[in-house]
Design a binder for this molecule. Structure first.
Ligand code: PEP
Length: 269
């Protein structure tokens, strides 16, 4: 199940994912994706050894899709949320069918900002995960504890409980990405330590094994998110159960995000 074998080889392709949140309009998105692609090309980034995905606002997705497809850029993209419903009277919501039609690969579900600002429950997160899978999208399921949870229950209890509900409706073999994002680390500049991230990532992988079987657990990528920067990514990527990062603020700076994507330069694996 380890991401790193004894000789340091990786068994899962890492995913470096940039969550833009409500930043960059569609014109800024085009300029950003072009710059990111050039920067990684200049650096001869090997996309087969570290996958890169951006998560723009809904209104940018068509522009990003057109650019990536026209220029055949080796970047993936996804949405920041999805409706649990397929279609109908749900003003303001976006169906997974629409996201799939725009070639989205991924969709972020249950980000702490949605759980907090939009009161999304674990059950709603689970319904969205089911909808994503139904429409052929890979859910990036976010879980994480607040500072109060950490003090009261320790680091793993809340993310483990959240993940159990989120994955309950899935079958073995489902392609899902889990993002462990301690709420206290998001946007705070105070990242978890690599050891803290590894401890929770290992517990989350056990949940995947319990619900979806060992084989799926061995293939599932578990990301760390929370104040990841180019200068701290290496520590996370050295952990056996951490397979990449979900990056907020630093994903809006091409140089910084490229540095994160090119973590192998710092890790040496
Ligand atoms: C996030 O919002 O998912 C996140 C990890 O943000 P930041 O990298 O800015 O902490």
């Amino acid at each position: 199940m380890a991401a790193l074998t004894n000789d340091g080889a990786r068994t899962r392709v890492p995913l470096l994912a940039g969550n833009w949140k409500m930043n960059l309009d569609h014109l800024q998105a085009i300029a950003f994706v072009q710059k990111l692609a050039w920067s990684l090309k200049d650096a001869r980034h090997d996309f087969a050894s570290a996958e890169v995905a951006v998560f723009p606002p809904f209104t940018d997705i068509r522009s990003v899709q057109t650019l990536i497809s026209a220029d055949r850029l080796p970047l993936k993209f996804g949405a920041q949320d999805i409706s649990a419903h397929d279609s109908g009277a749900y003003t303001g919501e976006i169906s997974g069918a629409f996201l799939k039609a725009l070639d989205c690969t991924y969709v972020i579900i249950g980000h702490s900002e949605r759980r907090t600002l939009h009161n999304e429950s674990d059950e709603q997160v689970a319904a969205k995960v089911t909808a994503a899978v139904k429409h052929g999208l890979v859910p990036v399921v976010c879980v994480g504890e607040t500072a109060e949870d950490l003090e009261e229950h320790g680091p793993s209890a809340v993310p483990v409980a959240q993940l159990r509900v989120a994955l309950a409706g899935l079958q073995a073999g489902t392609d899902v990405v889990v993002a462990y994002e301690p709420v206290w680390a998001i946007g705070s500049g105070q990242a978890a330590t690599p050891e803290q991230a590894e401890q929770v990532a290992a517990a989350l992988r056990s949940v995947v094994a319990e619900l979806l079987g060992d084989e799926t657990a061995a293939e599932t990528r578990i990301l760390y998110g929370g104040s990841v920067k180019a200068n701290n990514i290496a520590g996370f990527m050295r952990q056996a159960n951490v397979d990449g990062a979900l990056v907020g603020g630093a994903s809006l700076d091409v140089t910084e995000f490229s540095g994160i994507v090119r973590f192998q330069k710092h890790v040496g694996t």
